[in-house]
Design a protein around this ligand. Structure first.
Ligand code: URA
Length: 204
């Protein structure tokens, strides 16, 4: 408890936390991943975007949201007038979880234990930054931020309170937009997500 109180009143600088996270063995995911993919951005960011976990490209490059979902995310942020460089972008889980299939590595969802273990880092990121709002991109991020399963479809577009008192804006994961086969439905969902990002801008 004392250490926890100290962490809140005197948070470790982000760079120190990032360095410490490089050697994370808090769950087994470090064993197969290339590296820890820590959050990116400065502690002065007013908004923290939280995704699920690094994908294949992120695992190789060591940076969050640089693959296909990240490119779509960047475009929509720009449309909403949000400069990604002034935000903090991270994931609920900091190692890539996958199943090997031939030469490919297929994304596999992190489980509740892995999400809980990785909250150690997410909590420290939020404590160091103290953003105006954290944006949960999908169910894994929402679960990590709120501390329990969140019905994303029902609460999408609204703000709820995190376990630590940070307002959490709930929305979907940008990769879900890429998976909608019907063109019209995909465009409608993209427009809805863009509208939500404009809402986020007003909360910063
Ligand atoms: N999906 C995520 O949730 N995070 C990333 O960094 C990339 C894709």
């Amino acid at each position: 408890m004392a250490a926890e109180t100290d962490e809140r009143t005197n948070p470790a600088p982000l760079d120190d936390v990032r360095e410490e996270a490089e050697g994370c063995t808090r769950c087994d995911l470090y064993k197969n991943a290339t590296q820890t993919v820590f959050g990116e951005g400065g502690s002065e960011a007013r908004v923290v975007f939280v995704g699920e976990q690094p994908g294949d490209k992120e695992d190789i490059e060591g940076r969050p949201f640089v693959g296909p979902a990240g490119r779509l995310f960047d475009t929509i942020l720009e449309e909403a007038g949000i400069d990604r460089k002034k935000t903090y972008v991270t994931n609920a889980v900091k190692h890539f979880k996958f199943e090997p299939r031939g030469k490919r590595r297929i994304h596999s969802k992190p489980n509740a234990g892995e999400i809980r273990a990785c909250r150690w880092w997410l909590d420290q990121e939020l404590t160091a930054i103290r953003p105006d709002v954290a944006v949960a991109l999908g169910a894994t991020a929402a679960r990590a931020l709120v501390g329990k399963p969140v019905p994303v479809t029902k609460l999408r577009g609204t703000t709820v309170e995190s376990a630590e008192g940070v307002p959490v804006f709930i929305t979907v994961h940008p990769s879900s937009l890429l998976r909608i086969p019907d063109r019209e439905a995909r465009h409608a969902e993209r427009a809805r997500f863009a509208e939500e990002m404009r809402k986020v801008k007003k909360l910063m």
